[in-house]
Design a protein around this ligand. Structure first.
Ligand SMILES: O[C@H]1[C@H](O)[C@@H](O)[C@H](O)[C@@H](O)[C@H]1O
Ligand SMILES: [Fe+2]
Ligand SMILES: [Fe+2]
Length: 299
């Protein structure tokens, strides 16, 4: 019997539990309908920045104006000199849970759900454990938001090279007009502060969750080089999707690109998968975490 205000006070307990079952069934149906819809969400509907909401547009305008060379040098000094937190990987995942990423037009899910969806999609495809665990942790760098970042603009969003001309392959490239480096006599040139084909290892990418997490894990994990590359470059869409910045890349970067491109579909398209249950999946992933990370890390 459907719940209504007038029969509520006198109802027996089992009627109430029937009503709860009804609601849950309805929720299930709604979820199935949504999944059906998402399954048909065409890949071209992801990363649609032309029709993105104002929150996303405002985010990128601010980011593109504020990510200067000077800011990026200071961010790296701060990273090396400030103490942040000591905790396990799972604790870090839980800590991130409240964040909603303002740069992302494709998901409003919490970060722990995004991490689990990415890892589960990789696992479903039978990929190796190191790649599954990489999916699980790849966005933990967003913890920077809780460690005194200036805003979201220095944590999330796509990354790009600073210190040379901003590429037109970045999203909303016109917004770089508000960045003082666009008028600098060196930073505004094709090569800027770099030598031709110097290699991505030697360029400064805009500071955010990728670069931060790569630096945390390179000394505190046994992840293979491909995994570290997936983490470091996963937001570098102008490079891994749009082929920009080739004049700065070397031969080693071709292999790195293959790894990053293999990772990208799991990160991006799993955003429309069914949400995961963290407590159910926890034992499996704690097992993987123990294989690649110490019990506690310096973040
Ligand atoms: O909005 C998203 C999000 O912030 C991701 O974590 C990042 O990797 C992407 O590059 C970006 O487009
Ligand atoms: Fe990311
Ligand atoms: Fe991600």
């Amino acid at each position: 019997m459907p719940a209504s205000a007038d029969n509520f006070p006198g109802r027996e307990l089992d009627e109430i539990s029937d009503a709860i079952d009804d609601v849950n069934k309805m929720k299930g149906k709604l979820w199935d309908a949504k999944s059906e819809f998402d399954a048909h969400k065409d890949k071209s509907k992801f990363r649609d920045y032309d029709s993105a909401c104002d929150r996303v547009k405002a985010f990128y305008k601010e980011q593109h104006e504020k990510q200067t060379v000077a800011f990026n040098i200071q961010a790296r000094v701060d990273f090396k000199t400030k103490r942040r937190a000591r905790m396990s990987v799972w604790e870090a995942m839980e800590m991130l849970n409240t964040l909603i990423d303002e740069s992302d037009p494709d998901t409003n899910l919490s970060q722990i759900e995004h991490l689990l969806q990415t890892a589960e999609a990789i696992r479903r495809d039978g990929k190796p454990e190191w790649m599954q665990v990489t999916g699980l942790v790849h966005d933990l760098g967003k913890l920077l938001l809780l460690f005194g970042s200036e805003g979201q603009w220095d944590v999330v969003g796509d990354t790009f090279v600073v210190g040379c001309k901003f590429s037109d392959k970045n999203i909303y490239p016109e917004t770089f007009a508000g960045n003082p480096d666009s008028y600098d006599s060196v930073y505004s040139t094709e090569y800027g502060i770099y030598k031709p084909h110097c290699g991505l290892d030697n360029v400064m990418l805009s500071w955010g969750h990728d670069e931060y997490l790569y630096n945390v894990f390179k000394d505190q994990s046994t992840l293979p080089a491909e995994a570290l590359a997936m983490i470091r470059y996963h937001s570098f869409y102008p490079w891994h999707r749009e082929n920009a910045y080739q004049h700065l890349c070397n031969e080693k970067d071709a292999a790195v690109l293959a790894a990053v491109q293999a990772f990208n579909p799991y990160d991006l398209y799993s955003k429309s998968d069914e949400p995961c249950d963290p407590e159910k999946l926890r034992p499996y992933y704690e097992g993987l975490i123990a294989k690649y990370f110490p019990p506690v890390l310096d973040w």
